[in-house]
Structure formats: C-alpha cells, structure tokens
Design a protein around this ligand. Structure first.
Ligand code: TPP
Ligand code: SF4
Length: 282
C-alpha cells in the first residue's frame, strides 16, 4: 500500500459537492479516490473519463487527468484515449442512463473487444440529473417520472450483460457496503482488460421519493435489505433471486486485451492471446 493520502486526488477547491444530500455518488467517489491512493496511481498517467449526468459530474472533484465527454459516449472517448496511449490507466465513470441505456451499445462492444479500461457504473435506477425518468435498469413495477403507473419493462442486469459480452472482470458492490465496494474497485483497476464494477446507489431525490423512500436512510435501508452475496443468492429460487442485488465478483479471468493483441499484430508476434484461466472467486 502506498503512503499517498486520498486527499491528493480530491479537488478540494471545488467543494462542496454538487450532489443532493443522501446521494450515493460521493460515497463511490470516496472509494475511487482511496483506491487511487492505495494503489499509488500517478495523476498524469491516470485519465478519468465521464459522460453526462449527476455521476458524470464526479470528474469535477478529481485531480488526475480528466475528460468530460458527452452523454452515452464516455466509453467511445475512453477507447480512443487508450488506443492512442496504451500506457495510460483509463477509468470511465457513467450513470445507468449514460453507460447502459443511451450508451448501451458502447458498453457491450467495449466489453466484447476487451478494451483495457475500468468502467464504473453508478446504478441509481433512473436518470437523476434530468428529473428521474426511467432508464434501462429501472426495475419492473417501480415508479419514475416517466412510469407513473409502474414500470412495465424489466431492467437490465448489467453484470450479466457485461459477462455475456465477454468482460474478463465483472463485479457488483453497493454504497451500503463500501468496504467491499472499494475492494472490488481496486481489483478492477489492477485488472488487465475490460473491468466492470456496478455500484448500486441511492437517488433519494427522485427514485426514492417516487417509491416510498423519501428520506435518504430509507433508500439505503432498501439497498441493504435487498442485497445478498453470491453464495447466499445460490440458495434462493430464481424468482426471488432476480429481485435481489447480488453483490460480489462474478467474473475474473485472464484474456489478452485489445491493445496487447493490436501490438502483437504490429510486432508480428505469434499470439497465444486468448489463453487464460478463470480466477473467479466467491
Ligand atoms: C445526447 C443527450 N441526450 C440527452 C441528454 C440529457 N441528459 C443529461 S444527463 C441525462 C441522464 C443522466 O442519467 P444517468 O446517466 O443515469 O446519470 P445520473 O444523473 O442518474 O447520475 C440525460 C438524459 C444529453 N445531455 N445528451
Ligand atoms: S438527483 Fe439523484 S442522482 Fe442526482 S445528485 Fe440528486 S440524489 Fe444524486
């Protein structure tokens, strides 16, 4: 562990935080900054790329190199940055609307291509910044400003989506269990290839208010009550399990990332690129 303090990565002049009281975004930001400090990341070699949304504002407070992109396109910018300079550590911060709804196509293809970036999606189940409309992860029967009678679509399980698309590292944490969340984020940062961490997080201002959880602690309690570990989830029936937030690491395997394969073609080397074992630990 390095001697660097997390405050090194925090733009203190920009405080106070823009987010509402009780928003989970600051908790995820703290976990990311402490991970940078623990891993001793060089600011100039670390690029945080964001899209647009409440969570997309996170780069305002980060002192590494940053790139504030457009809504849904953060992974496209991150891909370009990584290919231009594969030595950079590239971290992509997206909301569920940003990364998994308007940006869903970039998400599955960045995972499929195995671009060596870490994507952290803060899943608060709605479009927070624009007033609480439903997103691709809003669970069925929940209320948003655009599903006033209850949402009739099923929500995406982003971890299953990332795993099915081929991502070598896939995990889910929540802001209620921040120790686990930070551990997963640190592992993801150190993983070569496309690493994905979903952070289940409250938006009390919109999602909470419309779903009987007006106060921030009520939303946190809801996340806690509905979270289970991967091991505990295996004992549940499929019907019960699909309504839970299953927390932990789903995929951890070694496969050659896009830049390594690309370099291999340039160097004309014989590639055993797709070899590697599954290190999934539960
Ligand atoms: C191309 C485009 N479409 C729509 C918008 C408007 N817009 C800005 S933020 C946002 C939703 C953000 O939701 P999410 O990504 O879930 O992040 P959150 O605000 O919840 O953190 C939308 C629709 C935009 N800026 N650009
Ligand atoms: S609107 Fe929701 S997501 Fe946005 S800052 Fe407020 S609580 Fe957080």
């Amino acid at each position: 562990m390095s001697e660097i303090r997390y405050e090194e990565y925090l733009f203190e002049e920009k405080l106070p935080l823009f987010w509402c009281a009780g928003c989970g975004d600051g908790i995820v930001l703290g976990a990311i900054l402490r991970s940078f400090a623990n891993l001793g990341y060089e600011k100039k070699d670390t690029v945080v790329v964001t899209g647009i949304g409440c969570w997309g504002k996170a780069d305002d407070y980060i002192t590494t190199s940053i790139f504030h992109g457009t809504h849904g396109r953060a992974l496209a910018f991150a891909t370009g940055i990584k290919l231009a300079n594969p030595k950079l550590k590239v971290i992509v911060l997206m909301g569920d609307g940003d990364g998994a709804t308007i940006g869903g196509n970039h998400f599955i293809h960045a995972a499929r291509r195995n671009i060596d970036v870490t994507a952290i999606v803060v899943n608060n189940f709605n479009y927070g910044m624009t007033g609480g409309q439903y997103s691709g992860t809003t669970p069925e029967n929940f209320y948003t400003t655009t599903s006033k009678y209850g949402h009739i679509e099923p929500g995406f399980d982003l971890c299953k989506l990332a795993a099915a698309a081929g991502a070598p590292y896939v995990a889910r944490g929540s802001v209620f269990n921040v120790v686990q969340l930070q551990k997963l984020i640190e592992e993801a940062f150190e993983k070569k290839g496309f690493s994905f961490v979903e952070a289940v997080s409250p938006c009390p201002t919109h999602f909470g208010r419309l779903n009987g959880m007006k106060k921030a602690p009520e939303m946190l309690h809801w996340i806690k009550e509905n979270s289970v570990s991967i091991t505990a989830a295996e004992k549940l029936t499929p019907e019960v399990r699909e309504k839970k937030f299953v927390l932990g690491k789903f995929v951890d395997k070694d496969i050659a990332d896009y830049s390594t394969k690309y370099q291999c073609i340039i160097d004309n080397c014989s590639s055993n690129a797709s070899e590697g074992g599954d290190k999934n630990e539960r």
